[in-house]
Each structure stands twice: as structure tokens, then as C-alpha cells.
Write a protein that binds this ligand. Structure first.
Ligand code: GTP
Ligand code: MG
Length: 185
């Protein structure tokens, strides 16, 4: 049992996945955790949970408790409860619907106002996911440079073009987030 070894570390991290309705939060988590995808849309009610275990390196295991939070407005009042003790977050938008990108700032402000970490109450690391990139980005006019600047100006640690359908960049984005969290620890 590696846990008996001296110097073996296990971490449990609570990660929020938020963003507007239908942007692909549940699909991203299902792809990441179970490697499955469905075009069938079943809107999340309240919150769902999933656990992803990452063998980070031979001496480190990271357990991600993913909180799949409903995008529907009527659950918005619950977010303070859901966000409690989270150490990182992903915010999703749908590259085919500009309004979902505009809502990103609202989700970020919601997180920053309700959850912090450490004695000095720093904001938790948040990564931005431009999802459904398999559908083409004709509706989404931001360049990579624009997005870099947007992240810098709005306190995101970074952004990734993702597709739950094509399994693009989800693992990479999660590892990027975990890397930041481990460095905070
Ligand atoms: P709420 O729970 O209502 O907030 O929605 P959600 O953000 O969890 O979205 P969900 O994962 O349920 O996906 C909504 C719809 O978009 C579903 O029909 C998915 O199949 C579809 N979808 C999600 N991700 C992708 C993607 O990367 N590409 C494409 N083409 N469709 C996607
Ligand atoms: Mg959902």
C-alpha cells in the first residue's frame, strides 16, 4: 500500500464547475470522469457530484470532488452553500452563444464574493473553458490574444478551448488547475 510509504501524499480538492445553462458542465465532467458523451440534454437540478482520482506522480494522488452546479437561474441563490470550501473552479461558456461568454464575468464575481482560501482570503484559482469548440467558433469573435488579456484582466489563471464531444483539452485544463492548487498548498 503506497499510503504506508513515507512521503506519499493524498489530496482531496473540492472543485466547482459553473457557467450558464447548457454550456456543457455536466458533459465536461462526464467526459473527464467516465469518458462518455451524449448529445441528449438533461439539465442539472441543483447540484451533482463526481469524483476523479488522478495519479499525479508516483508520490502524489489527487482526488477531485467535482461539484456540477446547475446553470439555471432559479438555483442561483444556493451558490453560497455550494461554493463553501472549494479550492478551485472551472467556468464554462458555449462558443456558439455569445451571451454565455458575457455571463462569465457574473459567475466569476459570484465565486470571488463567496469563497476564498487562506488566512489572507485570496480568490481561488479559476480556469475558463471555451466549450463546444467542435462546432466552430464563427459566433465567437475573440482572438487568442483577446482571451489571454481577458484572463489577465479578470483574474483567471488561464483558458482552454474544450470539447466534451471530441474530448479536447479537458484533462489538460484540469491538470492546469490542479497544478495551481498544489502550488497554493
Ligand atoms: P445545465 O445543467 O442546464 O446548467 O447545463 P450543462 O452546462 O450541464 O450542459 P450539458 O452538459 O447538459 O450540455 C448541454 C447540451 O450541450 C447537451 O445536449 C450536450 O450534449 C451538448 N454539449 C455539451 N458539450 C458539448 C461539446 O463540447 N460539443 C457539442 N457539440 N455539444 C456539447
Ligand atoms: Mg448540467
Amino acid at each position: 500500500n503506497p499510503a504506508d510509504d513515507e512521503g506519499y501524499n493524498e489530496y482531496l480538492y473540492k472543485i466547482l464547475v459553473v457557467g450558464d445553462i447548457g454550456t456543457g458542465k455536466t458533459s465536461i465532467i462526464k467526459r473527464f470522469v467516465h469518458n462518455i458523451f451524449s448529445m441528449h440534454y438533461k439539465s442539472t437540478i441543483g447540484v451533482d457530484f463526481a469524483l476523479k482520482v488522478i495519479n499525479w506522480d508516483p508520490k502524489t494522488e489527487v482526488r477531485l470532488q467535482l461539484w456540477d452546479i446547475a446553470g439555471q437561474e432559479r438555483f442561483g441563490s444556493m451558490t453560497r452553500v455550494y461554493y463553501k470550501e472549494a479550492v478551485g473552479a472551472m467556468i464554462t461558456f458555449d462558443v456558439t452563444r455569445m451571451s454565455t461568454f458575457e455571463a462569465v464575468a457574473k459567475w466569476k464575481a459570484d465565486i470571488d464574493s463567496k469563497v476564498t482560501y487562506g488566512a489572507d482570503e485570496k480568490p481561488i484559482p479559476v480556469v475558463l473553458l471555451a466549450n463546444k469548440c467542435d462546432l466552430g467558433k464563427d459566433a465567437f469573435i475573440k482572438t487568442a490574444n483577446d482571451m489571454d488579456k481577458y484572463c489577465k484582466d479578470n483574474g483567471f489563471i488561464g483558458w482552454f478551448e474544450t470539447s466534451a464531444k471530441e474530448n479536447m483539452n479537458i484533462e489538460k485544463a484540469a491538470r492546469f488547475l490542479v497544478d495551481h492548487i498544489l502550488k497554493n498548498d
